[in-house]
Design a protein around this ligand. Structure first.
Ligand code: APR
Ligand code: PHB
Length: 395
């Protein structure tokens, strides 16, 4: 028996920031989409990830009318603190970028807001779908076959947006030989905790320390988010809460600074990985976000880069529907990759600047420290970091 068939204009695989933002951008243009997500709604809303939104990401959420809770609960930041040898230096982000700022708001909060608004606006998100298979990508009528609660289904569409993250099925659906992969694995990871304690700092602290990198971030007046560099082979089980807090205390130390600790609500280890595929398109399948590229978290760019991709994609699809233009679709990959590589370079250089690698040649170590010190002293260097950190303008 043939499976029940649904038709839409754009089939979106994945309800992460990329897929959800895309569905909102398309809806604004009157273009229909259906999102297929393999996890449950509760799971995607609780998945703890980063939480730094660039100015452009916030502006886009404003434009779409999706930022009411973000402005109520998000924390606007105008600077960040770099630490070398227990001395703090402030990078005045807003002053150095002509008034731009960043907002701290957990990625899962963005996801919650986008899901609620999409469903309230009559959008379709199917959670807990299984066995997603993309077909006929090289035709004008691609299809997605999947199962929902055991029933086989088929979604017919004009375009498929592969927004299913690094481990999704969209990228592997592209035939061998089409994509070129560029990647780098780093010899370290971040152990991150979410803790029920008021942040000990008003601005993010990035610390380079002889024991390894540490980062103090925030989520709310009552919740802190902190990270330490660990070896990529470390196991979470070897890190008791006390051991983590002790390490954080040592690495974040500075004159007059006291780190408050508190109950750990969540902890996890994330490996650092840089990854890009080119092109980000094959036939009627367009990859966006983590499905096409991964950056190490040091520059806090993952979510912002995903949003930048779908902004380009939504416009290209809209121009195709409105005026039959194919040029923007054809240039999708090239347009996204310009920003992707800029951000790859920034994230890799922030990582190199702030991490101490086990067994680093002492000369390299001194050079990296001299570079960090120069960024803290030279306004031109600080401005370059600030421009990248708050996010480059669109296009
Ligand atoms: N079918 C359907 N959905 C899938 C499948 C599949 N086969 N595989 C994965 N997914 C879903 C995941 O469960 C997840 O909800 O796709 C979604 C992908 O979301 P993200 O991984 O969050 O990726 P993206 O939307 O590109 O967001 C960018 O920024 O901070 C970074 O890595 C971080 O998630 C973040 C990313
Ligand atoms: C976070 O708040 O989770 C965060 C902040 C800055 C980063 C990465 C993650 O560079």
């Amino acid at each position: 028996m043939e499976p029940p068939v649904t038709e839409t204009q754009v089939a979106i695989i994945g309800a992460g920031p990329a897929g959800l933002m895309l569905s909102h951008l398309l809806q604004r243009e009157g273009i229909a989409s259906v999102i297929l997500e393999s996890r449950s709604r509760a799971y995607v809303q609780q998945r703890v990830r980063a939480g730094v939104l660039e100015q452009g990401t916030v502006d886009l959420l404003d434009e779409l009318g999706l930022s009411e809770r973000l402005h109520r609960e998000g924390l606007v930041h105008h600077g960040l603190l770099l630490t070398l040898d227990e001395r703090r230096y402030r990078i005045a982000l807003t002053e150095l970028t002509g008034g731009r700022a960043l907002t701290i708001y957990g990625q899962q909060e963005v996801v919650k807001d986008l899901i609620a608004a999409r469903l309230a606006g009559g959008g379709e998100i199917q959670f807990e779908v299984e066995d997603v298979q993309l077909e006929a990508l090289e035709t004008e009528h691609p299809r997605v076959r999947y199962r929902q609660q055991g029933t086989a289904r088929e979604l017919r569409c004009a375009f498929i947006a592969g927004c299913d993250g690094f481990h999704g099925v969209s990228r592997p659906a592209i035939p061998p030989g089409v994509l070129t992969t560029y990647e780098r694995h780093y010899p370290f990871a971040w152990l991150g905790i979410l803790a029920a304690v008021a942040p000990s700092t008003e601005e993010l602290i990035y610390a380079r320390h002889a024991r390894g990198f540490a980062l103090h971030s925030l989520r709310s007046p009552e919740i802190s988010r902190l990270y330490i560099q660990v070896d990529r082979t470390e196991e979470l089980g070897d890190w008791s809460d006390d051991r983590i807090w002790n390490e954080l205390r040592l690495r974040l130390a500075a004159d007059g600074f006291t780190l408050r600790d508190g109950p750990v609500l969540e902890k996890s280890i994330a490996l650092h990985h840089s990854f890009v595929v080119e092109p980000m398109q094959h036939g009627r399948l367009f990859l966006a976000g983590d499905a096409a590229h991964i950056v190490p978290p040091t520059g806090a760019k993952g979510l912002n880069l995903a949003v930048a991709d779908v902004r380009v994609l939504a416009r290209a699809i809209e121009r195709w529907y409105r005026a039959g233009h194919t040029e923007d679709l054809e240039r999708y990959s090239e347009r996204c990759l310009g920003r992707v590589w800029r951000v790859q370079e920034f994230s890799a250089s922030m990582s190199a600047l702030l991490h101490r690698l086990p067994g680093t040649d002492p000369f390299e170590d001194r050079v990296a420290r001299a570079r960090l010190e120069w960024i803290c002293r030279s306004q031109a260097e600080a401005r370059s970091l600030a421009e990248n950190y708050v996010g480059l303008p669109w296009d």
